[in-house]
Design a protein around this ligand. Structure first.
Ligand code: ADP
Ligand code: GN1
Ligand code: MG
Length: 350
């Protein structure tokens, strides 16, 4: 979908209702696929992030639920002294947070050390939320990482074929069919209780992490924090933090998973994730393949649906992303044996 179009007057009236009357500049910000994000500068020198939550994905009831969950999660993190999103105002679907300027946001990892830092940061996030007080965190977007549901959505998109694109994706569908049988593995292991439910981020891609100049990291984009398996988060880290290129790189010869990044990412995550059970450990490598496959399926589905979910910048954008993700899946499959060895060694060294 196209990003939302808002006039300066509209944005100013939102800001005014939030008590901001001295703005000097409003600029589109970041490259998130879901929300409309703006940086707001003011004459006092303080800057903010103004965000409109995507109302096509979060209906009014989900918006209220989201707000409750976010305030619970961020106030809990703050009570532990963890730097997190700092809400200045929240008038659903709009919200304003303090802008963290002293940081960088990456689309692709630039060094093995950075991959290590990402692993460490999400292990800390999992630890920080491991004692979130009951009740069980409400699910704003249920079945978010139910890969079988994602495949059902693909099947539905194909049978509706509203954009007449089904005929254009025969190769991609073949790719999906070859892997359909293994797509329910983590969902089944969770249903049987073999893999525990924990509070996770659910969208642990690299650009949802701010690398602060002091060496620390702040995890943002908390809209999907829900109960789930840490394997979904580790998988999405493998998808984005071991990738040699951005997820919409169209030249597939440039797209593959980098072993040295996988090693450091895993080292960072495992060194902080003492809570991992054997069943979780056994599925770390597979989780990378599955999360990447799942996102590829979602991009493909959105392409077939005529681009109604993810922000796109050109008509083939979702198809390019899907192909890119499937190339990444192939690379992860090729590297699987070696990645299993790396994980095993990291545990024997511990
Ligand atoms: P989306 O859900 O659309 O991905 P995000 O919440 O991830 O939206 O925000 C989009 C981008 O905006 C992030 O990738 C990051 O670059 C930037 N961003 C978001 N919040 C902040 C913040 N508080 N300080 C600095 N940059 C931010
Ligand atoms: C979306 O919002 P963003 O860009 O951080 C999506 C994730 C996908 C990701 C793929 C709420 O994340 O689930 O994995 O795109 N977020 C939502 O890049 O659907
Ligand atoms: Mg984001």
């Amino acid at each position: 979908m196209e990003r939302g179009v808002f006039t300066a007057n509209e944005i100013d009236s939102v800001l005014e209702s939030m008590g901001i009357t001295d703005r000097t500049a409003i600029t589109r910000y970041g490259s998130g696929h879901i929300n409309d994000t703006f940086k707001v500068d003011t004459s006092s020198g303080k800057s903010f992030i103004l965000q409109r939550v995507n109302t096509a994905i979060f209906d009014p009831q989900a918006q209220e639920l989201l707000k409750r969950v976010l305030l619970k999660v961020t106030s809990f993190l703050k009570s532990k002294g963890v730097k997190t999103l700092d809400f200045v105002a929240y008038e659903a679907p709009w919200r304003l947070y303090s802008y963290y300027g002293d940081c960088t946001v990456n689309e692709v990892v630039v060094s093995p050390l950075q991959a290590y830092d990402i692993g460490r940061a999400f292990a800390k996030f999992h630890n920080d939320l491991s004692d979130l007080p009951p009740p069980r965190l409400e699910e704003v977007l249920p079945k978010f990482h139910d890969t079988l549901e994602r495949l059902k959505a693909l099947d539905e998109a194909l049978s509706n074929d509203v954009a007449n694109r089904a005929a254009l994706v025969a190769d991609e569908l073949k790719f999906v069919e070859k892997r359909r049988a293994q797509a329910g593995r983590i969902v089944s292991l969770m249903a049987s209780g073999e893999i525990p439910e924990r509070v996770i981020h659910n969208d642990s891609k690299i650009n949802n992490l701010l690398f602060m100049r002091d060496g620390s990291a702040v995890i943002i984009d908390l809209d999907t924090v829900m109960p789930g398996s840490v394997l979904s988060d580790f998988g999405d880290m493998v998808r984005t933090a071991t990738a040699s290129a951005a997820e919409d790189e169209a030249d597939l010869s440039k797209v593959y998973s980098k072993k040295e990044y996988f090693e450091e990412l895993s080292r960072g995550y495992i060194s902080g994730a003492a809570f991992l059970t054997q069943a979780e450990i056994d599925n770390l490598v597979f989780a990378g393949q599955l999360s990447t496959f799942e996102v590829g399926v979602r991009f493909l589905t959105d392409y077939i649906n005529g681009d109604t979910y993810f922000h796109t910048s050109y008509p083939e954008h979702n198809l390019v992303r899907a192909r890119n993700q499937f190339k990444m899946v192939e690379s992860l499959e090729e590297n699987a044996e070696e990645y299993e060895k790396i994980v095993k060694e990291l545990f024997t060294k511990k």
